[in-house]
Ligand binder design. Structure first.
Ligand SMILES: [Zn+2]
Length: 416
């Protein structure tokens, strides 16, 4: 019989890490700080018991490599860094489940599995200190905007390049870390869901289809200020009336989009006084979908609606793009394997997209076949010390993720 992972050990180690790097307000492993370095030193000690090569790449990502018969590598990723006052699972569950898989594989194959297996602890996934998430993985994928990142400063005025220097990373060379992906044949990431979908379905595990693309815009309606007493209703150019009609419309657009979401997150009016018809009304619209075509349709529909409402109300409308990112769909075959691993472990599976971005999105963008597995979050809450998952679910996710790793290795072997 082949050796099995020990999921209980993962739960014990999560608690160990919590005792080492959390206080009464939650996890304090902000990237590039002493607590983060302590967490990494603790991980290195664990890795020292295994026949793996450990090194830090040019962007400060930590890699543990278990060399296999084939050079083609299965990557398993996570992040030890947390937000300030963070939860005990976000990011480190993935790393510790990966550690357990390395243990299982080195025992089963006497230190040399059929394909190479590499655990990566990405540096600064959260972006808590410099306001820019996915630092290590975006440097590695090549997507990091160097000019923007060079200018980032924390609250103390310390720049990102200065903070990196303290931990031995040369900012100008961070993209050299891309070499790490040269032999990557597949990438797996386990994560707590950080939302309520699996909780509401009463399911422990889900296979993730990809990360949402985002379109973020400001929409301004331009009308005319007029006295609220003397202006008859039919003579008004009311910018707020047109903007307000957008609210039910975006629910309608989301509803028939096949899984997308739309949010009007803010609304401001000018002159913004009780006795005047609104001259200018600015709303923000955030639209997300897993499918690029459907995301584009959602945006187009919102634009057409805004023009229709503007015309109806004798006002003008203008649009300004605030931010956008393309959807990152994961690999279909790996999604199917993830599905299978979950079914074999707990009988039922649900497929769901990820609203939040993860390092996996960067790896997928670099062209590496990728999939993620989600485990249920209690309260549907994360980035908070109350973040939690039932221990039985934590154990199930380690078992299922280990199964997925086995299937992915086989998948790599038959492809190469
Ligand atoms: Zn995370």
């Amino acid at each position: 019989m082949s050796p099995l992972p020990d999921p209980k050990r993962t739960v014990t180690e999560l608690k160990e890490l919590r005792a080492l790097t959390a206080d009464e307000n939650g996890a304090q492993r902000v990237a590039f700080t002493p607590a983060w370095l302590a967490a990494r030193a603790w991980l290195r000690e664990k890795l020292a018991a295994l026949p793996v090569e450990v090194h830090t790449d040019a962007a400060g990502n930590l890699w543990a490599t278990l060399r296999g018969e084939a050079e083609a590598a299965l990557l398993i990723g996570g992040h030890l860094d947390s937000v300030p006052n963070g939860g005990w699972l976000d990011g480190c569950l993935n790393v510790l489940a990966g550690l357990e898989i390395l243990r299982r594989l080195s025992a089963q194959y006497d230190g040399k599995p059929p394909v190479t297996v590499r655990l990566v602890d990405w540096a600064d996934e959260e972006g808590a200190r410099f306001g820019k998430s996915l630092f290590g993985s975006s440097a590695c994928s090549g997507n990091l905007d160097m000019n923007e990142a060079r200018g980032l400063r924390d609250k103390q005025g310390i720049s990102l390049p200065e903070a990196l220097k303290v931990v031995g990373v040369d900012f100008e060379r961070v993209k050299d870390s891309g070499v790490e992906l040269k032999t990557a044949a597949a990438y797996l990431e386990l994560h707590i869901e950080q939302g309520p979908v699996l909780l509401d379905l009463d399911l422990p595990l889900g296979a993730v289809l990809g990360t949402f693309g985002v379109e973020r815009h400001a929409i301004t309606f331009h009308g005319q200020a007029a006295h609220s007493g003397s202006t008859p209703m039919n003579r008004r150019h009311d910018a707020f009336l047109a903007a307000a009609k957008m609210s039910p419309e975006i629910y309608h657009i989301a509803e028939h989009s096949g899984g997308g979401v739309c949010t009007i997150g803010s609304c401001t009016t000018q002159p913004g006084i009780v006795t005047s018809v609104v001259e200018e009304c600015r709303i923000t619209l955030d639209q997300r979908h897993l499918d690029a075509g459907r995301l584009a349709t959602m945006l187009q529909e919102a634009k057409e609606a805004s023009e229709r409402f503007a015309q109806e109300g004798n006002v003008r409308v203008s649009w300004e793009r605030l931010w956008q990112i393309a959807p990152r769909p994961f690999n279909d075959e790996l999604i199917a394997l993830c599905d299978e691993a979950i079914r074999e472990t707990c009988g039922t599976v649900h497929r769901l997209p990820s609203g939040p971005l993860h390092d996996a999105a960067e790896v997928a963008a670099a062209g590496v076949p990728t999939v993620m597995m989600f485990v249920q979050s209690l309260h549907g809450i994360s980035h908070n010390k109350i973040e939690d998952t039932r221990e039985e679910h934590l154990e199930l996710c380690v078992t299922a993720f280990d199964r997925l790793a086995g299937k992915a290795m086989e998948w790599i072997r038959t492809r190469s």
